[in-house]
Design a protein around this ligand. Structure first.
Ligand code: ZN
Length: 220
């Protein structure tokens, strides 16, 4: 079970409940290509439950008996206001903070589910499937694009630049809110850039968002 709670970068708690984590698949063309997936016509959405969240600095200990476990490094957006049929301007005003997340994925399980046309929860919703970093206040990152990186054992593995998103953050949040409500404390994962790969025991993962956030974690 999770004892996850949102935090600011300085360690102070954010008193908002995590209701759900809304994710988008294939939001970077190069990542869609590396998994031989077609680029969708409209955002491909799925949800990770609150029980999948964990503090990213805790050691990662995903299930080992269900095939390969992949890391996907993603910009995470913390929602601070209710959103329903929101415009992009309303979406912007509702962003409380930015952080980083790992959308951990049981890749073999997901491939089987995809083949059968089934939903992805068994591959992406397990306990611990969503390590989340602390958040940086959105005002501190008021730029027209954000970059983030993942290093494993000191080697660069993923580089994200929000300019390369097929559906940019504000458009994505607005789109999501046309289909279901977002509430304060909900988190949006904005998709992974190319470079995903397998988690292995003993790896040290270092994630960086601009020069505003740096977190490190290890794999059990
Ligand atoms: Zn993802």
């Amino acid at each position: 079970m999770t004892d996850y709670q949102h935090h600011w970068k300085d360690g102070s708690p954010i008193h908002l409940p995590l209701g759900k984590i809304v994710c988008i698949g294939r939001n970077y063309a190069e990542h869609a290509r590396e998994l031989n997936n077609p680029i969708p016509d409209e955002p491909l959405l799925f949800i990770k439950p609150a029980t999948s969240a964990m503090h990213i600095t805790r050691p990662l200990n995903p299930p080992r008996d269900r095939g390969s476990v992949h890391f996907e490094t993603e910009l995470a957006v913390l929602i601070g206001r209710p959103l329903c049929n929101a415009s992009e301007a309303e979406a912007r005003d509702a962003i409380l903070g930015y952080g980083l997340a790992l959308d951990l994925t049981l890749r073999d399980v997901q491939s089987q589910l995809k083949e059968n046309g089934h939903p992805w929860e068994r591959a992406k919703a397990f306990d611990g499937a969503c390590p989340l970093s602390p958040f940086v206040a959105s005002e501190a990152l008021a730029k027209d694009h954000l970059t983030f990186t993942l290093d494993i054992n000191g080697q660069r593995r993923q580089t994200g630049d929000t300019r390369n998103m097929l559906t940019p953050t504000l458009a994505l949040i607005s789109h999501i809110s046309q289909h279901f409500s977002l509430l304060p404390g909900d988190v949006i994962l904005t998709g992974t850039p190319a470079g995903v790969g397998e988690l292995e025991s003993g790896q040290v993962l270092s994630l960086e968002l601009e020069d505003a956030l740096f977190v490190e974690t290890t794999v059990v």
